[in-house]
Design a protein around this ligand. Sequence first.
Ligand code: SF4
Ligand code: SF4
Length: 268
Amino acid sequence: MKLHRNHVRRACQCLVALSFIAIPWINGFDIRIVTGNLLSLEIFGIPFADPLAALQVFFSTWSLSWTVTIGALLSLTLAVIMGPVFCSWICPYGLIADLMQKLPFVKRRNRFSRGWLFKAVVVGIVVVGLGAMAFPPMLNQLSLPGWYTRTMQTLWLSGTIPAGFWLLPAASVLDMAGGGHFWCRYCCPQSLLLQAAGLVLPRRFRVKYDASKCICSEKNPSPCMKSCPYGLDPRERKIHPECTNCGDCVVQCSHFGSALSQGFGSRK
Ligand code: SF4
Ligand code: SF4
């Protein structure tokens, strides 16, 4: 069997999901090369922070520690160069949502191609409005990668399951009812800043389409669109900022005309 990039992506997702089961266990032996969860993580002393969590802390306290600032900037820098790859390569809920989409009754639907804009407005109001009233970072309570990793920590520390864990099956039910990755596209606040960061550079790593090589331009939906976990049509420019650079459409296209590729390029 030929090794495609979607196999590498799946391996990467599984490795991350398994790592966050192992990290609290290793920490129990006082080995602390990696500590924390997907809201705030430290790897060999290098901090990584969820940019939205950092923003909420800033708006509720009007200050931010250097560690959190650097951690958030590191996460954003990855998104500036590669787009929101966190969602398709790292987030444990991204893995769950991908696997659920394999179920025959879960459809890939692209209902509102600008759904992320609605999400951005709601999240912006909550961050600025509640933050200005000095509320604690409430959107962290909706972080599925956060709850996956916090659940593993709580399980090892106290043998209990935190109430927030139940958001994971609840989001899965929403995905089943509303179409694959419904939570990610229309509800998850954590992906927003990563998507916005992906718009900063005119040239960055992205999916590129060469219409002259496309042998299924008349097909709608095209095979590449059918393979996209988010129901996007990679032949269109409006896939940004939602495209996570998962590469599934490129692998699918390679069985046809190789009109899709990934590399550094502009949105045009
Ligand atoms: S949109 Fe949110 S839940 Fe979905 S993969 Fe991205 S960070 Fe994870
Ligand atoms: S357009 Fe292609 S690379 Fe982007 S999310 Fe869809 S399948 Fe993945």
